[in-house]
Structures are given as structure tokens and as C-alpha cells.
Design a protein around this ligand. Structure first.
Ligand code: DGY
Length: 343
């Protein structure tokens, strides 16, 4: 029996390809070329599923040009590269990789917070440049982390994991704001107190952003919000570029209206605004919050399990639009793939 054909859009661990190869005929991209949309559509021809990453935009145009495609399994918890409404309308399932990266990403949020607040990279650059000649009482004196107030904007799994680190590891008072308040037991487990957005901005000594990107969260932190923050505060963005107005942030950091920032994601990444690159009081990393080998393997394996579960058994592990399962549009796509006209 011929195996269903799938596409893996970017380079991935070889054991993940081997695992997929047990069930599918796999076209991979181990050279890790960045394909144009036309190249991606060409490679999706005849494919029933795709293992995608945040780099590929999955929209109406692509889906309409790929009539046999039934699932895009994103190797990321974020899925702002998916037009999920279009996917649902056209009968294509989207899946993501929740849970497996929660703790690793929370660790990194804290790494950025500590590095920015305690001026770790600034001190390192100074040392490496050979400028360290003597001790001084206020040399690279930063902000206190333990015992301070930690603010979290977006209180999903990663926000909650960061809250617990702050409360239990650093004896911080943790406050959060979210679209909806957590259930009392979840709130208690997170050791966090719900506040309005303005109180969060005004009270936090360190503010970590962990909310998903959407039209509603675009520039959730802009000039007006930055103006409400303490001038001694640290801002950390491990969520998505576009949630922060990067130019307004650079202006606040450059003029001493905000002490420091740690950024793992950027508007228009991998390009970073030169205004941010020029500043010393910002720690910049290339979207690596979930990047440990065990976590990235777990993410890739979960994406693979979504492809296997859905295409072979009709049971994806972590569907984003489960209403697609069994929908007429999806049945039609299946029919095209098997050569059995639907209905
Ligand atoms: C995610 O999982 O969304 C991370 O940002 C990695 O892309």
C-alpha cells in the first residue's frame, strides 16, 4: 500500500524524520532552504499534511492552491503564522505544540529578566572590550529581582510557570493581567494576584509579556503603556514581535524612561530595529526561548504525532480548530486525496 505523502518545511531532527518515514512518504528540507510561497505551494502539491514552523504563512491563497492538504502541524505553541479562520473555512486542521515547552520557555523568560535587570550582557561586553581596570561601588548596579513585584501580561501555561518561579524562587509579589481572570485554584497555584492592565503597568518592577499575538494584542505595549511603567522597570518580551511597539520601546530605553529590556522576539524578525541594536540596556536574543535540545525534540515529535494521529486515525493530539474534524470541507479534501468524491 502506498504511504500518504507529507511535507516537512524546515530542517528537523533526523529521528523525527525517521519516525514520520514509518508512516508517510516524506519530502523534507534538511538543507533548511527558505522557500518562497510559490515554492512552498509547489512542494505541497499532492501532500496530505505538512509539518510547519512559525516561518511559513498558511493562508487562503496557499490552502486554495493545495486542495489535498488536510493538516498543518506547527512545531510551535504560537500559531500566528496560521490564518486559522481560513483553515477552518477550507477544511484544514491546524495543530500546535502546547505543554512540552512550558517550563523551558519560562526558564528563558527568567534568564532574560535576570540578564536585563542585573545588566549581565552589558557587563560582559565591557569586560570583553578590555575596559575593566578597577572595581567601583556602582559599576553595573542594576535592579533588585528578589522580593520585587513581578508583573505578567498573559497568564496561560507559560505565564503561570513564570509566576511560580517568581513567587517561590525569588520571593516576588506576582501580579498578572489576562483577558479573563484565572479560576481561583489556578490563581492560587500560580501564587499570583489579578489586577487591571493599568495597575499592572504602574506597579510592576519587572514586566514579562507572554500573551499570544493577534490583531487585538498588536502594540499592546506602546508609548502610552511604556509611559505608565516605572522608570526603574524591566520589560521582557518572550511572546511575539508586534506585541511591543519596538520603536517606542527603543525611545523609552534610550531616554531613561525605562531601565532595561530583554527581548527574544521582534517586529519583522529576523530584522531588528537599528534603534534597539544601538542600545546597551537591552538584552537581545534570536527567538530561542524554547531552544533546548530535549524541548525542541519534544515539540517536533508532538507535531509528528499530530500528523500521524490525524492522518492515520482521525485523532490529532492538540488540534486548534477541532470543528474541522468531519466537516464537509475536510471530507471533500480527503476525497480528493483518496480519489473518492465526497457525498
Ligand atoms: C513557539 O513555540 O511559539 C515559540 O515561539 C517557538 O517558535
Amino acid at each position: 500500500m502506498t504511504k500518504p505523502r507529507i511535507l516537512v518545511t524546515r530542517a528537523v531532527f533526523s529521528e523525527v524524520l525517521d519516525h514520520l518515514g514509518e508512516y508517510f512518504e516524506v519530502q523534507s528540507n534538511q538543507a533548511d532552504e527558505i522557500w518562497s510561497k510559490a515554492q512552498l505551494v509547489e512542494r505541497l502539491h499532492g501532500k496530505l499534511g505538512a509539518l510547519t514552523t512559525g516561518s511559513e504563512r498558511i493562508d487562503t491563497e496557499l490552502l486554495a492552491a493545495s486542495p489535498m492538504l488536510q493538516i498543518c502541524a506547527n512545531m510551535a505553541v504560537g500559531f500566528n503564522n496560521f490564518d486559522l479562520d481560513a483553515m477552518t473555512e477550507l477544511g484544514v486542521l491546524g495543530t500546535n505544540t502546547p505543554d512540552v515547552l512550558t517550563q523551558t520557555t519560562a526558564d528563558f523568560g527568567f534568564a532574560l529578566l535576570l540578564a536585563a535587570a542585573r545588566r549581565v550582557t552589558e557587563g560582559e561586553h565591557y569586560l570583553r572590550a578590555g575596559e575593566w581596570r578597577r572595581w567601583r561601588y556602582d559599576m553595573f548596579a542594576g535592579a533588585e529581582v528578589h522580593g520585587s513585584t513581578l508583573g505578567i501580561l498573559g497568564m496561560g501555561r507559560i505565564g503561570q510557570a513564570i509566576a511560580r518561579r517568581g513567587a517561590m524562587g525569588f520571593e516576588m509579589q506576582v501580579i498578572y493581567h489576562n483577558r479573563s481572570r484565572l479560576a481561583p485554584d489556578v490563581e492560587a497555584h500560580s501564587c499570583a494576584r489579578y489586577v487591571g492592565k493599568e495597575e499592572l503597568l504602574r506597579s510592576a518592577d519587572h514586566l514579562v509579556l507572554v500573551l499570544p499575538y493577534s490583531q487585538q494584542s498588536h502594540h499592546a505595549i506602546g508609548a502610552a503603556e511604556l509611559a505608565m511603567m516605572k522608570s526603574t522597570a524591566t520589560l521582557v518580551n518572550i511572546a511575539r514581535g508586534g506585541i511591543v511597539d519596538d520603536l517606542a520601546l527603543a525611545d523609552a530605553l534610550g531616554h531613561g524612561r525605562l531601565a532595561a529590556a530583554g527581548l527574544d522576539v521582534f517586529e519583522g524578525e529576523p530584522t531588528v530595529h537599528p534603534e534597539l541594536l544601538a542600545l546597551k540596556n537591552v538584552v537581545l536574543t534570536p527567538h530561542i526561548a524554547s531552544a533546548t535540545i530535549p524541548t525542541r525534540k519534544a515539540m517536533a515529535m508532538l507535531a509528528a504525532e499530530n500528523l500521524i494521529g490525524f492522518l492515520l486515525l482521525g485523532q490529532p493530539v492538540s488540534p486548534l480548530n477541532p470543528q474541522v474534524l468531519g466537516s464537509p470541507q475536510q471530507v471533500q479534501r480527503k476525497g480528493r486525496a483518496t480519489g473518492t468524491p465526497a457525498g
